[in-house]
Design a protein. Structure first.
Length: 313
């Protein structure tokens, strides 16, 4: 008699545990700018990471706000348009909506910081996993992949000029020298600044500065650096396809996996952390351009593993 009762009690306890776990699962909206390309890749990776830990609704940000019943516990935005759209809709809502936290992903650091500086003071926690790579990681890449290149050139605009002191510090820590020139009025003074930098620099580090690096300037910058026998280290694999030697970047899935880790920490009661870069990253190499410049560079995967060891990962 005791055994059937014990089995019944255990079954009831298991059922109650499942009910409590279901009730405790947070409701998370994954709001994307578009349901294709990098946005879809990031959303799918995020959902896969949290398949058993949250009630996840994925879709374009407009559809989530217009079609979902009730209020989410957390909103994860994917892309600039989704972040801007979600903040705009949230500003129109009152009550408990004012406390719904937002975790932004797949956007540049400069964009996130600009939105935070311009927006009104709100109660809600807001954080981000940005696309930008840590400056120390970028300098470590140059040191590891191009050990004979010691003078790192940088063209700075309004968004990247505040980074110069940190860049200089990170370069000095690796026995590198930073050579910078301002681009105050692009495109008029872009090429004079580039010429000035290339007089001393033996590698050019591209920073995500839209006024400097864009579709209208990239080919001329690549041609100028190639003629100067100066490799360009970039922040996008598309730049490597166009002629840059190396790029350090994080894929949408890598960004999403870090965002999922943050959500698990948030669910455990730790709150949202400060804005941060992805922990995972990739390196891509243009072997043809490297060979034409007389550079011998290790395999990209070997470089990634070396940088990860340096970071203790």
């Amino acid at each position: 008699m005791l055994r059937p009762l014990l089995r019944l009690a255990l079954a009831c306890l298991a059922a109650m545990t499942l009910v409590l776990e279901a009730a405790a699962a947070p409701r998370v909206w994954v709001a994307v700018a578009e349901e294709e390309g990098a946005y879809a890749e990031a959303a799918a990776a995020f959902k896969a990471e949290l398949a058993d830990g949250a009630e996840i609704s994925t879709g374009k940000w407009q559809a989530l706000f217009d079609g979902q019943d009730g209020m989410p516990d957390l909103i994860v935005t994917v892309g600039v348009a989704a972040f801007d759209g979600a903040l705009g809709r949230l500003a129109q809502k009152g009550g408990g909506w004012a406390r719904v936290p937002v975790l932004a992903t797949l956007l540049p650091q400069a964009v996130f910081e600009a939105r935070m500086a311009a927006g009104p003071v709100v109660q809600r926690p807001i954080s981000a996993v940005v696309l930008d790579q840590p400056l120390g990681r970028q300098m470590a890449l140059i040191k590891r992949a191009l050990p004979d290149r010691r003078h790192v050139g940088v063209l700075s605009g309004t968004q990247t000029r505040p980074l110069l002191k940190t860049l200089e510090k990170e370069a000095h820590a690796r026995d590198l020298k930073l050579v910078s020139a301002p681009v105050a009025n692009a495109p008029d003074d872009l090429y004079p600044a580039l010429k000035t930098v290339l007089e001393e620099a033996d590698v050019l580090l591209a920073l995500p500065e839209p006024a400097v690096y864009n579709s209208g300037t990239l080919q001329n910058i690549l041609l100028t650096t190639y003629r100067a026998r100066t490799p360009l280290v970039a922040f996008s694999p598309a730049y490597v396809k166009a002629g840059a030697v190396l790029a350090l970047y994080s894929t949408p899935a890598q960004v999403a996996r870090r965002a999922a880790e943050i959500v698990r920490e948030w669910r455990a009661g730790r709150g949202l952390p400060a804005m941060q870069a992805p922990r995972e990253f990739s390196v891509v190499l243009n072997a043809r351009v490297a060979a034409s410049l007389g550079l011998q560079i290790d395999d990209a995967n070997a470089i990634v593993e070396s940088l990860r060891r340096q970071e203790g990962r």
